[in-house]
Write a protein that binds this ligand. Structure first.
Ligand code: NAP
Length: 319
């Protein structure tokens, strides 16, 4: 019995080591040394995880970085840490709660009033394990945080992004988009009950929305000098994964650290899309590990992308 248990432990440990080595060898790294002195970058959810590592990289390159975060305490602490770690003091916190359309509008108004340019917008913030809750705007909390809020924010900042061209919009999606569904009568879980609601299905849906929004936005931005791309950061040891409490996904929390990327590794494709000369002029594409990937299934459907755009415009009050 002891022998069998030992063999099983040995097999699991070996698998984890092999997986970890595989992850390290295949992780894409942004090799560009381009500086960002004189550039302005906004990163949503910059206070921790992939967003924090992204802000830190931009700060090291000399950019003015605006951490757009919902918590003043966490946002200012992250700002101070980045200033002390990089020596760049042009790092700022501004309050942004993507689950409130009023907060998104107030943030965008403030940016338009105070900034002359935006060179990089990273729609990074997101949530995973969220209950079937509605926001003050009547939208599903996870859908508003992951899609409708960033959709409104991007639209409100477009005039400034266009006048700052060449500029780049980077949307952090996920490989989970492959399992996403786009049902126009269920965008906000209207059809779900307590029993049928699945936070993971909603997450997958919203990550599909990120990819579709990128495709339609790229079409609308043709000829403006503003590009937009989406990406999967890979499996990264951040709170969104490590704090999961329910179901199968609890395994992420238990074994996540064994074969996941670090925050720095998880930010590499975001940074690549934001700064690399290799992707200058590239728009509407999907990347992981700093390489373009072909999209699967409905994520290729340009008509669906346009329809999602139109419906989103109505739901956030742009039309
Ligand atoms: P994280 O460490 O949990 O960071 C999520 C960030 O989003 C936090 O700064 C969080 O702020 C912010 N946020 C959540 N709700 C918000 C709201 N209503 N308004 C403004 N900000 C809000 O997770 P992460 O892994 O870095 O996630 C970054 C992105 O990567 C997400 O879009 C996620 O879907 C994507 N992603 C991650 C993985 C992975 O393996 N980690 C894989 C695929 C895709 P608080 O600190 O205040 O909560």
């Amino acid at each position: 019995m002891i022998f069998i248990v030992s063999v099983i432990i040995l097999i699991i440990t070996t698998l984890c080591v092999v997986l970890k080595v595989y992850c390290k060898l295949t992780t894409g790294i942004c090799r560009s040394s381009r500086h960002l002195v004189g550039k302005v970058a906004i990163v949503t959810g910059g206070n921790k995880g992939i967003g924090y590592a992204t802000c830190k990289d931009f700060a090291e390159r000399g950019a003015k970085v605006i951490l757009a975060c919902r918590s003043e305490r966490l946002g200012t602490a992250a700002r101070d840490a980045i200033i002390s770690e990089t020596g760049n003091s042009n790092i700022h916190f501004k309050k942004l709660d993507l689950s409130s359309l009023a907060s998104v509008r107030a943030f965008a108004e403030d940016i338009i009033k105070t900034e002359k340019q935006i060179d990089i917008l990273v729609n990074n913030a997101g949530v995973f394990e969220v209950e079937n809750e509605k926001t003050e705007d009547g939208l599903l909390l996870a859908a508003q945080t992951n899609h409708f809020g960033p959709f409104l924010l991007t639209n409100l900042l477009l005039p400034l992004l266009k006048s700052s061209a060449p500029s780049r919009i980077v949307n952090v999606s996920s490989e989970a988009y492959r399992f996403g569904k786009l049902e126009f009568d269920n965008l906000n879980a209207e059809k779900e009950t307590e029993e049928t609601y699945s936070f993971s299905q909603v997450y997958q849906n919203t990550k599909l929305f990120n990819v579709l929004m990128t495709i339609e936005l790229a079409k609308r931005l043709e000829g403006t000098g503003v590009t937009t791309n989406s990406l999967s950061p890979g499996f990264v040891a951040t709170d969104i994964i490590l704090n999961v409490k329910k179901g199968f996904f609890r395994l992420f929390a238990l074994f996540g650290n064994a074969f996941s990327k670090t925050w720095w590794e998880g930010a590499q494709t975001t940074v690549y899309l934001a700064v690399s000369p290799e992707v200058e002029g590239v728009s509407g594409k999907y990347f992981s590990d700093c390489h373009e990937q072909s999209l699967r299934g409905v994520a290729n459907d340009k008509d669906l992308a346009r329809k999602l755009w139109d419906v989103s415009e109505k739901l956030v009050g742009l039309k």
